[in-house]
Design a protein around this ligand. Structure first.
Ligand code: BDR
Ligand code: CA
Length: 317
């Protein structure tokens, strides 16, 4: 069994990733830690519980994490994910926040990893604030994590939020910097351009959503707004010329479930620009090894789309 903590800012694509993890028979989810990001933290918490309810898994502990970035001005992606972060398709019977675990997400993360040293992988599909604060609070924490799967950053000096920055890194550049600096475990990065280049066809998306299940009907509802946005001219500019169904958070998750989903990757030291007027939050790849960093990240390049589609289909079955 693969032991995972999911660090999320649920978010339509985070919802897809959570559902993918829940459907995987080889995965044990030890907890879901919530972070600000796509939508204010309060919505992230509600949305995460809604996803667990649809999947009948409210037994999984959900933790309240950081509501603010370390230093950056708080932002969200309400235009893309809907004001509530889940497509503005509310559920009148949504579970209440009283179901949240009482422990704080950062402390819970540290404790869970401490109880299972070297065994727990973390899949982070949100700004990296919770992970960075955990590393600051307990410097032994990053050393005990088995592996890290991050959806975030950019590889071609272009992004989806600023001229050259991807949302999760731009939303908390200092946190991304700290995490890429402190964690020495295998660190897999599904950057923005990778997810665009490996996006799927809209006809697959139709097939995926038309499964006759409550999970598929839920996804249809929450995804309608984002799907419309993905087809606008403005958004298509962000997609590095590949206009398809892009479920970026699911790539980080899929790699954690089955490493053969990633068929080609590159090992390179990475860091994050913290100062540039136009480049703050941009991921920088040290191809020339000028930083002399011992630890290299594993940058995903190509994916086995067949395997990925299967994991997506299973998520809504
Ligand atoms: C990332 O930012 C968020 O909008 C998504 O949930 C994803 O994690 C893409 O840049
Ligand atoms: Ca996300």
């Amino acid at each position: 069994m693969k032991k995972l903590i999911l660090d999320v800012d649920t978010g339509v694509d985070d919802a897809m990733a959570i559902m993918m993890a829940l459907a995987a028979p080889n995965v044990e989810i030890l907890g879901i830690t919530c972070c600000h990001g796509n939508t204010p933290l309060q919505n992230v918490l509600k949305n995460t519980l809604r996803v667990l309810k649809v999947c009948g898994r409210l037994d999984i502990p959900v933790y309240r994490g950081c509501a603010e970035p370390v230093l950056a001005i708080k932002r969200n992606a309400g235009d893309f994910h809907g004001k509530d972060g889940l497509g503005d398709a509310p559920d009148p019977d949504a579970p209440g926040l009283d179901l949240l675990n009482k422990r704080n997400a950062v402390k819970a993360m540290i404790e869970i990893v401490k109880e299972n040293p070297g065994e727990v992988s973390i899949v982070a599909t949100a700004p990296l604030t919770n992970l960075a604060v955990a590393a600051q609070l307990d410097s032994s924490f990053p050393k005990k994590v088995k592996s890290l799967y991050i959806m975030g950053g950019n590889t071609d000096s272009r992004g989806n939020t600023t001229i050259c920055g991807e949302f999760n890194f731009v939303a908390d550049p200092e946190a991304a910097f700290i995490v890429l600096d402190r964690f020495t475990c295998p660190t897999y990065i599904a950057a923005w351009e990778f997810s665009c280049r490996n996006s799927l066809s809209w006809s697959f998306c139709d097939k995926w959503l038309s499964q006759d299940t409550d999970k598929a009907r839920f996804m249809q509802k929450i995804y309608a707004h984002t799907r419309k946005m993905l087809k606008t001219e403005e958004f298509q500019k962000e997609m590095v010329g590949v206009f398809g169904f892009n479920s970026c958070d699911c790539y980080a998750l899929a790699a954690a479930i089955d490493d053969s989903v990633v068929t080609e990757s590159e090992e390179v030291a990475v860091t994050v620009e913290l100062e540039g007027k136009h480049t703050r939050g941009m991921m920088v790849l040290d191809q020339l090894d000028l930083l002399k960093k011992k630890h290299k990240a594993i940058i995903m390049k190509t994916a086995d789309k067949g395997k990925f589609k299967k994991l997506l289909m299973n998520a809504l079955e």
